[in-house]
Write a protein that binds this ligand. Structure first.
Ligand code: SAM
Length: 340
């Protein structure tokens, strides 16, 4: 065995990242970043504010300071950092809902990953007793958290999206699986002549966000099931982070509903991570595992999107990368089946 090269330390460090991530989850639950928003605080004061055991909280903060969350400016006294600020609950694009959801609520699912690798099937049901979307439909707290994750992610992406793509030639844009409407709100705010429709499951859609943005008069919310049909009347349809939730056959069903609503020549915008060739590190390759475990879904390469969309009557025109996000915007045109 002497000629075998071993990077034991490298592997050890990667393996331990799981526990650092869980420590970030604890900090998010305890709202440490919120507590530090107004200035430095000792671990004793933070322990009092969060009802925790000071020596253990200090050790958590020391670990997180070692990875750039918080900084110890005097013995046992901490300040926040830009990385920790991303956990604050009061900032646009806060990562706190994502951390609470992915590293907390969904955590038992990751323990079942091997089931997905053995079978190619989702593992969420093994961990939670029912499929992921049913689980969220049955629990309003989980549903609210999921919607917050999506809305915060849309908030950070919208500037990029409207910079990358000109929506002004459209009359009505339909966001299919559009959650609480954060994305359509961003599109409407940036493009005054456009009207919007947000379509999602009945327990998800709401016009609260559009109302608070003063956009409710230009947007409609519609509840339904995209496996049955999606609203007609749009000249552009958006599917953001929807297809990656589903396997190819489910995607064809969703895309078939969308194709039935879009006139030939109409535009479909698919916002998804596009997996690049090669084995460089990429968030999309981790999210690919997330999608597999949660719902048997997957992230896809450009070729896979072209094939999938082609099967449902769409021709991929171009793929626009977005600057500050791993998500790309795939512009596709609805064509007659024999044109693809
Ligand atoms: C990953 S989220 C993306 C949300 C939103 N597009 C965004 O990027 O913020 C997927 C969305 O699909 C919706 N969805 C799941 N199953 C659905 C169905 N059968 N019909 C309509 N929407 C559905 C979910 O409620 C959720 O809002």
């Amino acid at each position: 065995m002497n000629d075998v090269t071993i990077d034991r330390t490298g592997l050890f460090d990667i393996a331990l990242n799981l526990l650092t991530a869980r420590a970030i989850h604890v900090a998010a639950e305890l709202r440490i970043a919120d507590h530090l928003a107004t200035g430095p605080a000792s671990s004793a004061r933070l322990a009092e504010a969060t009802g925790t055991h000071e020596p253990s909280l200090y050790r958590l903060l020391r670990l997180l300071a070692s990875v750039g969350l918080f900084s110890e400016t005097a013995p046992r006294t901490f300040i926040t950092t830009p990385r920790a600020n991303a956990l604050r609950s009061d900032i646009p694009g806060s990562l706190r809902p994502f951390v609470l959801h992915t590293l907390g609520l969904l955590y038992p699912a990751w323990g079942e990953m091997a089931h997905s690798i053995r079978t190619g099937e989702e593992a969420f049901t093994k961990a939670f007793g029912e499929p992921v979307w049913q689980y969220h439909a049955d629990r309003s707290e989980a549903n609210d958290l999921m919607n917050q994750v999506m809305s915060r992610e849309s908030e950070v992406m919208i500037d990029d999206m409207v910079a990358a793509y000109d929506f002004s030639s459209f009359g009505t844009v339909v966001d299919v699986g559009g959650g609480e409407g954060a994305l359509i709100a961003g599109v409407l705010a940036a493009t005054p002549g456009v009207r919007g429709i947000v379509f999602d499951q009945p327990h998800v859609v709401s016009n609260a966000l559009l109302r608070s943005a003063g956009l409710a008069d230009r947007a409609k919310v519609v509840g339904g099931d995209f496996f049955d049909s999606v609203p007609g009347g749009g000249d552009a349809y958006i599917l953001k982070w929807v297809l990656h939730d589903w396997n190819d056959e489910n995607c064809i069903e969703i895309l078939t509903s969308v194709r039935a609503a879009i006139p030939t020549g109409g535009t479909l915008l698919v916002a998804e991570s596009v997996i690049e060739p090669g084995n460089d590190p990429a968030a999309s390759k981790i999210l690919d595992m997330v999608m597999l475990v949660l719902n048997g879904g997957q992230e896809r390469t450009r070729e896979q999107f072209e094939t999938l969309l082609g099967r449902a009557g769409f021709h991929v025109k171009r793929v626009l990368p977005m600057v500050s996000s791993s998500t790309s915007l795939i512009e596709a045109i609805a064509v007659e089946p024999n044109q693809e």
